[in-house]
Design a protein around this ligand. Structure first.
Ligand SMILES: Nc1nc2c(ncn2[C@@H]2O[C@H](COP(=O)(O)OP(=O)(O)OP(=O)(O)O)[C@@H](O)[C@H]2O)c(=O)[nH]1
Ligand SMILES: [Mg+2]
Length: 320
């Protein structure tokens, strides 16, 4: 009998978790079977996003934060989404080494994922991996991802609380403002506060938060914390700030609203992906697209009509 990976995951097997995540990354059909079984065991984990420029100290913060969360008696899943080349894997190894203290802790599960060329710092499978760790029973799931620009905004879609890590001296705040990243923060973390310019950065962000509060009528004004992650300073404040945001979301009904929006978006995206997959499979198997491409190149047909026609044909076939 084939192994029931979903049952193994629910039973606490981290080997099964690792296997499933690989299947998810490879879009292997077996992942689908497992996810169907796991879904009803999800919805319990609190999801934290840690984002910021390369080298801002996200991994160090995640590591220290994990120690705090473990002391509070909660279990942790960590997903480090790594934009580095999947060929070298250098930074992936770096994250593993840095978080080595937790590698020995069975109540902490760490997984690095390469973005594999997707725009934005979030790998395509991240949302599913969060669900796996949630079903696996982790109380808190932390997603570490590099803020690379506008595309990074997708982390808000996945996290309940998003922390933006800024560092003095990098012109970080200004760059983030330009890229529209400031808006995604529920909590601002001024890390490397041991460095010159921390007070100035604090003032800049503070000013920005106040300005926003005047313009927008949001009921949550982002909190700010100062940290020196390497020395474990301010990490308790960060944990408190996350807790405050979580309380706010729960008490205002926003958590449910956020998760409803997320479910809507995710379901729509899944439908999109599945439609694309089946249509493509059909086109590839018949070699039809190759012929159409030639016609389009020769201007015998235009791609717009072709596109509508293919979808129309596919719908009529699938209805039969
Ligand atoms: N001075 C100082 N250095 C820090 C602090 N936090 C982290 N660092 C150092 O900054 C460097 C980068 O830290 P990481 O935690 O790897 O940063 P990261 O944001 O995860 O980096 P990437 O994942 O590669 O983008 C390391 O050498 C850390 O030791 C801090 O508060 N102060
Ligand atoms: Mg890192």
């Amino acid at each position: 009998m084939p192994k029931d990976y979903a049952a193994e995951i629910l039973g606490g097997s981290s080997t099964a978790v690792a296997r499933l995540i690989t299947w998810l990354e490879d879009e292997d059909e077996r992942a689908y079977q497992c996810m169907v079984k796991l879904y009803r065991h999800t919805g319990n984990a609190y999801i934290i996003g840690i984002t910021g420029s390369p080298g801002a100290g996200k991994s160090t913060l995640t590591d220290r934060l994990t120690s705090h969360i473990r002391k509070a008696g909660l279990t942790v899943g960590i997903i480090a989404v790594d934009p580095s080349s999947p060929f070298t894997g250098g930074a992936i190894l770096g994250d593993r080494v840095r978080m080595s203290e937790h590698n020995l802790d069975p109540d902490v599960y760490i997984r690095s994922m390469a973005t594999r060329g997707f725009l934005g710092g979030t790998s395509k499978a991240t949302g599913d991996v969060v669900k796996v760790l949630d079903a696996f029973g982790k109380d808190v799931v932390i997603i570490e991802t590099v803020g690379v620009g506008q595309d990074e905004v997708d982390i808000i879609g996945i996290a309940d609380t998003t922390c933006l890590v800024l560092v003095p001296g990098l012109g970080d705040a200004i760059q983030s403002m330009k890229a529209g990243i400031m808006e995604i923060a529920d909590v601002f973390v001024i890390n490397k506060a041991d460095r010159a310019g921390a007070d100035q950065l604090w003032a800049e962000v503070c000013y920005r938060v106040e300005q926003d509060a005047h313009i927008k009528s949001t009921d949550w004004s982002p909190t700010m914390v100062k940290t020196v992650a390497v020395n474990n300073e301010g990490v308790d404040d960060l944990w408190k700030a996350i807790g405050q945001h979580q309380d706010h979301l729960k008490n205002s009904g926003k958590l449910l609203e956020k998760r409803r929006e997320r479910t809507y978006r995710e379901t729509l995206r899944m439908i999109h992906n599945e439609l694309f997959r089946v249509v493509r499979e059909q086109l590839d198997s018949t070699g039809q697209l190759d012929h159409l491409v030639e016609d389009i190149l020769d201007h015998k047909q235009d791609p717009y009509t072709v596109m509508r026609q293919i979808v129309k044909n596919w719908l009529s076939i699938s209805q039969k």
